[in-house]
Design a protein. Structure first.
Length: 150
């Protein structure tokens, strides 16, 4: 199930019923320090904030990834020289690419297809194409050298 090897040295890390002032594990197992689980189960995690899916996950009920891959072609950069740019990308400019296939040339790293669904003051969030599927991701606008929506 997990790609980790079992190490028996750690099997007594949480002794049953707690020990030496430590609560029992798992929560709700009869030890001090943890409240009983809420009615209906629960895993000890609070519900996600309204409208947000939590770290690394898209907002609940929000924008979905595109139902198809990005275009098969790769747009050519418009900066011509291909050298570094002294200017940061304006979030207002990239907001015109919301819900459109957008090719991103980052300041560092390889360019990629992106499908923006949110533009903030200093960041853009949406779906990044891995070459096989879309993954929810965010990027700081200062890390974008150039972009082009199609």
């Amino acid at each position: 199930m997990y790609p980790y090897q079992y190490d028996p040295r750690f099997q007594n890390l949480f002794p049953p019923g707690g020990g030496q002032g430590f609560p029992s594990f798992p929560p709700g197992g009869g030890g001090q320090g943890f409240p009983p689980p809420p009615p209906g189960g629960g895993q000890g995690f609070p519900p996600p904030p309204p409208g947000g899916g939590g770290q690394g996950f898209p907002p609940q009920g929000g924008a979905q990834p595109p139902s198809s891959p990005p275009p098969a072609f790769t747009p050519a950069p418009k900066l011509g020289s291909g050298g570094p740019s002294l200017y940061a990308v304006n979030p207002g400019a990239i907001s015109g690419c919301l819900y459109r296939y957008t090719y991103i040339w980052p300041r560092n790293g390889r360019p990629y297809w992106f499908y923006p669904t949110f533009v903030g003051r200093r960041s853009v969030a949406g779906y990044r194409w891995t070459g096989s599927f879309w993954v929810y991701a965010g990027v700081d606008v200062n890390q974008i050298r150039e972009f082009q929506c199609v």
